[in-house]
Design a protein around this ligand. Structure first.
Ligand code: KIV
Ligand code: ZN
Length: 530
C-alpha cells in the first residue's frame, strides 16, 4: 500500500515527524490559557518524550506569547522550536526574534487561501500569490527552516492550492502544511489531497508535507493517518487533542496507532510512548480541560475492564481484550490499594509507579495529606493519589486566598447556608451566606469575603473512583476583563472541592492581574486577523 507512492522529502521514508502544537493551537482553545511556567514545563516534557517540533506559540499575539516562545527556544535540548506568524513582515520578524535562540529554530507562516479566507484581507488570487512569495522569501532570508500553511486548504480550489504551494516551495519553504482548519475533510479526501499535491506540484518531492487536522466531525486522527499513507511525513497534533472547538488531532492517538498497527501502517515516530500518560495528566491539569473517561489511549476507562466476561478473559490472557499494554503509555500495571496503615515507603513506591518522583520534603507534605484522606476513605486508589497530587500542584502557601473552614447546612427546605472562613493575605475573615444549593451558598460566601467581578464560565464535577466515599474533582473556569483562569481541586466532600477549586481559580486570576494591566493578558492579535 505504501509502495510506489510519492512521499515528501525525508532522509528516511518511513519516519513521521511529530509536530506538537499544544502550546499554540491547543492554548488557543478558550479557557486553556497557561502560565509562563506551565508552558515551560510542558515544553520540557514534550522535548523529553521525543517530539520533533514544538510549536511554542504565536509571538506577535502578546508579550506573554513572545516571552514564552523565546524561553522555550533557549531551554529546548533536542526539539526544533517553531513560532507562528501571519503573512506579513512584522509578524515574521517578531517570530524570528523569539525562536532564533533555539538550537534548531523554525518560522511557521500562514495565510487563508480558500475563497472565504481570501475575502478577509480582500486580496484576489494574484495579489495573494504575490504576498505568499514575498513573505516566505522574507522568512527564508531569516531562517533556514520555514514552514508555510495555506489555512483552510481543504476548502481551497485545487488549481489555486497547487499554484500557491509551488510558489511557497520556490520561495524557500522547507515544510508545506495542509490544514483542515474547520475539520471538514474525511480520510479518503485527506489522502487524495496530499497525493494530488505530490503528483502535480513541481518540487513537491523536495519538501516535507504535513497534515494538520481539526476534529469537528471526529475524524482528525483518521484524516491525519490517511494523509501519512498518501505521502505526508509530518503530523501536527496536540496532547489530549486539546484545541479550539472539537480540538486537534490527538498526539497519543496517532502515535499509538502507528505503533500498534505498524503491520498495516509501517511508519516510525521518535516518541517515547511511556511518557504519554504523564504529559496527558499535566496538560489536563494546567489547561483545566479534563480528559473524557472514554477517550482513546489516555481516558480513565481506556484500560478498564468492567464486564465479567472481559475480566475473566483478561485474567487468562491480557491479549484477549487488550491491543496494547498499560505500560506502553506509562500506566502502572499494578493496582495496589493504599490505606491508612500504608507507610511513607509504600507511598513513595506507589507514586513512583504512577510516574511521580518526589524529594523528601515534598513527600512529607503529600504523606500528611494522604493520611488525612486515608482517615476519611477506607481504600485509596491510584486515581485518588493522582487527584491528591494535582491538588498539591495547584495550591501554594503563597496563595492570596486560602480556604480555612467551611460548614454548609442543607435540607429539603431552601435556601442552603454556608459558613466560610477564608484566610486573605494572612488574615482570617468569616461570613455566613445563603444560596440556591450548598455550592451556590458557598460561592456566594467567597464573593462576599473577596468581592470581584469575575464571571463563572464553567463548573464541572467528576467522581474520581466509585463508592459513596469517592473523592470528587471539581474544575472551575472564571473570566474577568478577558483574562481567563481555571482552578481544580479534589476532596471527598464535593462542596469543599468546589470552593477550593473556585478559590484556586481566583488565586490564579490574582497572579495574572498583577502581571498585566487589564486586557494585556488577552492576546492582542488573533489568527482571525490573518
Ligand atoms: O487550523 C489551522 O489552519 C491552523 C493554521 C495556523 C496552521 O492552525
Ligand atoms: Zn489549527
Amino acid at each position: 500500500m505504501t509502495q510506489n507512492i510519492k512521499t515528501t522529502a525525508h532522509a528516511e521514508q518511513d519516519r513521521v515527524v511529530i509536530f506538537d502544537t499544544t502550546l499554540r493551537d491547543g492554548e488557543q482553545s478558550p479557557g486553556a490559557t497557561m502560565t509562563h511556567t506551565e508552558k515551560l514545563e510542558i515544553a520540557e516534557l514534550l522535548d523529553e518524550m521525543g517530539v520533533d517540533v514544538i510549536e511554542a506559540g504565536f509571538p506577535i499575539a502578546s508579550e506573554g506569547d513572545f516571552t514564552a516562545v523565546s524561553a522555550i527556544a533557549k531551554q529546548a535540548k533536542n526539539a526544533t522550536i517553531c513560532g507562528l506568524a501571519r503573512a506579513n513582515f512584522k509578524d515574521i520578524d517578531r517570530c524570528w526574534e523569539a525562536v532564533k535562540h533555539a538550537r534548531s529554530p523554525r518560522i511557521h507562516t500562514f495565510i487563508g487561501t480558500s475563497p472565504l479566507h481570501r475575502a478577509i484581507p480582500n486580496l484576489d488570487q494574484d495579489q495573494m500569490a504575490e504576498r505568499i512569495h514575498e513573505t516566505v522569501t522574507h522568512a527564508r532570508n531569516l531562517c533556514d527552516n520555514v514552514q508555510w500553511s495555506p489555512m483552510d486548504a481543504t476548502r481551497t480550489e485545487h488549481d489555486y492550492l497547487c499554484r500557491v504551494v509551488e510558489i511557497a516551495i520556490k520561495a524557500g519553504a522547507t515544510t508545506i502544511n495542509i490544514p483542515d482548519t474547520v475539520g471538514y475533510t474525511a480520510p479518503r479526501e485527506s489522502a487524495d489531497l496530499i497525493r494530488m499535491l505530490l503528483n502535480r506540484v513541481p518540487g513537491a518531492d523536495t519538501v516535507i508535507f504535513a497534515t494538520h487536522c481539526h476534529n469537528d466531525l471526529g475524524m482528525a486522527t483518521a484524516n491525519a493517518l490517511a494523509a501519512v499513507e498518501a505521502g505526508a511525513r509530518q503530523i501536527e497534533c496536540t496532547i489530549n487533542g486539546l484545541g479550539e472547538r472539537a480540538g486537534n488531532t490527538a498526539l497519543e492517538e496517532v502515535v499509538m496507532a502507528l505503533k500498534v498497527r505498524n503491520d498495516i501502517m509501517p511508519f516510525r515516530t521518535g516518541i517515547d510512548t511511556t511518557k504519554i500518560m504523564n504529559i496527558s495528566r499535566k496538560v489536563a491539569t494546567v489547561s483545566g480541560f479534563p480528559v473524557q473517561f472514554n477517550k482513546a489511549i489516555v481516558g480513565k476507562n481506556a484500560f478498564a475492564h468492567e464486564s465479567g466476561i472481559h475480566q475473566d478473559g483478561m485474567l487468562k490472557n491480557a491479549e484477549t481484550f487488550e491491543i496494547m499494554r498499560p505500560s506502553d503509555i506509562g500506566l502502572a500495571d499494578t493496582s495496589l490499594v493504599m490505606g491508612k496503615h500504608s507507610g511513607r515507603a509504600a507511598l513513595r513506591a506507589k507514586l513512583k509507579d504512577l510516574g511521580v518522583e518526589l524529594a523528601d520534603n515534598q513527600l512529607n507534605d503529600v504523606f500528611v495529606r494522604f493520611k488525612a484522606l486515608a482517615d476519611r476513605k477506607k481504600e485509596v486508589y491510584d486515581d485518588d493519589l493522582l487527584a491528591l497530587m494535582k491538588d498539591q500542584e495547584t495550591t501554594s502557601a503563597e496563595d492570596t486566598l486560602q480556604v480555612k473552614r467551611l460548614r454548609v447546612i442543607c435540607g429539603t427546605e431552601g435556601p442552603q447556608e454556608a459558613e466560610l472562613t477564608l484566610t486573605i493575605d494572612g488574615m482570617d475573615h468569616s461570613i455566613d451566606a445563603t444560596g440556591d444549593g450548598p455550592v451556590d451558598a458557598a460561592f456566594n460566601a467567597v464573593k462576599m469575603l473577596y468581592p470581584h467581578k469575575a464571571r463563572l464560565q464553567l463548573y464541572q464535577v467528576h467522581a474520581v473512583t466509585e463508592g459513596t466515599d469517592a473523592q470528587a474533582t471539581v474544575s472551575v473556569r472564571i473570566e474577568e476583563d478577558g483574562r481567563i483562569a481555571t482552578g481544580q481541586s479534589a476532596d471527598t466532600d464535593t462542596v469543599v472541592a468546589s470552593v477550593k477549586a473556585y478559590v484556586n481559580a481566583l488565586n490564579r486570576l490574582i497572579v495574572r492581574r498583577t502581571k498585566s494591566a487589564p486586557g494585556e493578558n488577552v492576546k492582542s492579535v488573533t489568527m482571525r486577523d490573518a
